[in-house]
Design a protein around this ligand. Sequence first.
Ligand code: AMP
Length: 448
Amino acid sequence: MSAPTTFTDLGLSDALLDSVSKAGYSQPTPIQEKAIPYVQMGRDLLGCAQTGTGKTAGFTLPLIDMLADGRARARMPRSLILEPTRELAAQVGESFQKYGINHKLTMALLTGGTSLTDQERKLERGVDVLIATPGRLIDLIQRGKIILANVKILVIDEADRMLDMGFIPDIETIVGRLPPLRQTLFFSATMPPEIRRLADRFLSNPKEVAVSRPARTADTIEQAILRCGVETYRKREALRTLLNLDEPQSALVFCNRKRDVSTLQRSLERHGYDAKALHGDMSQPARTETLESFRDGKVRLMVCSDVAARGLDIPSVSHVYNYDVPSRPEDYVHRIGRTGRAGRQGKAFTLVTKADARSYANLLKLIEEELREVQLPEVETRAEDSAPPAVANTNSGPSSSHSRRRSGNSRHSGSTQIQPSNEPHNPTASFGDHTPAFLLRPLRVAQR
Ligand code: AMP
């Protein structure tokens, strides 16, 4: 058997080898091993890989070495990376800073929702790497603040998401401003015919690399579903029961609709949970603040929409809760991929109602596996779901309201048990002195 490829084998400069080692990487990931040599050769690349595979370093590492010689001119970036969301753009920016510590490359982020003046000032000084979302970039192009004639390398990242978000016309406009003689790297998590057609338009004789299907993340993620009533309060109650069971320190709760993100977040807050909301309609400072407090562990639950959470790389996320079955099955893979990162274990629960039958069937078709079914004892229906809170938010460890615990006198009846806590039950203020019976009963998971 041949020895595994090392970063040294990939011919990276000593400066980069040093930063890669400081980043703690001992070996290239498969996408890095496959993509880096082609990028170094100057070839166009069509990469099928999702976030979590190490694809960002797959293009940023060679880019840094390739841009090491040369100088940027005012308002004329030397390379351009297009990302669908501000968060992803920021994440790629962080990667550049991490891998580029030994280089003197300049970088600017051009994303909506932040001060245009600061961004313009940076561009004015000249940047080697411009990381942008399409809308803001078009804005600056139209106002004559940026010239793309000097871009030698273009990266179109998350192309399938760009397509979903309606960015393709913008990308076409942007590409129309670039010199035809350039290197283009095109990444997409999925490669449906529509994406291939786009790739044909933007790439010239590309090399194609792919890493195994995103659904492989399931190796480190324990997945289960919980069937529940269609009524909102039943879903909310079911979610709270699941939250009480595992008491995750860091969890994402996904909703399909933006308005449900806010409603659910408020409901969780009313019930004493430490939760913040993140969705695309929020102002950028609010998005950044929420994300930071979640990343820093100051907030344990982040209720979010797909757009806002796409590609987030927060290794400490231990649980993902799908409050809704995503209507696009690929989103399920992206959502659950926020946990179980970097070899850690993660759990993903999905609430499934009768109304989700079709989405759920599509999801199973995509992941090609059955999901375990968690069976909660019959959930008591209460109209009090919208009752005002009796508890203030806390973030003070196990005694917080988020950490309500249940009695551990579980019965075993041939079904898999989700580990309930053995600690005695603490009555919680939000239920008054009354604890609904369902919270005291053991939880069983049926094995399919
Ligand atoms: P990405 O798919 O680019 O979002 O990367 C996912 C995560 O993998 C990030 O946290 C990276 O820091 C990490 N990563 C990238 N390359 C490597 C590597 N060669 N070894 C270990 N971790 C890596």
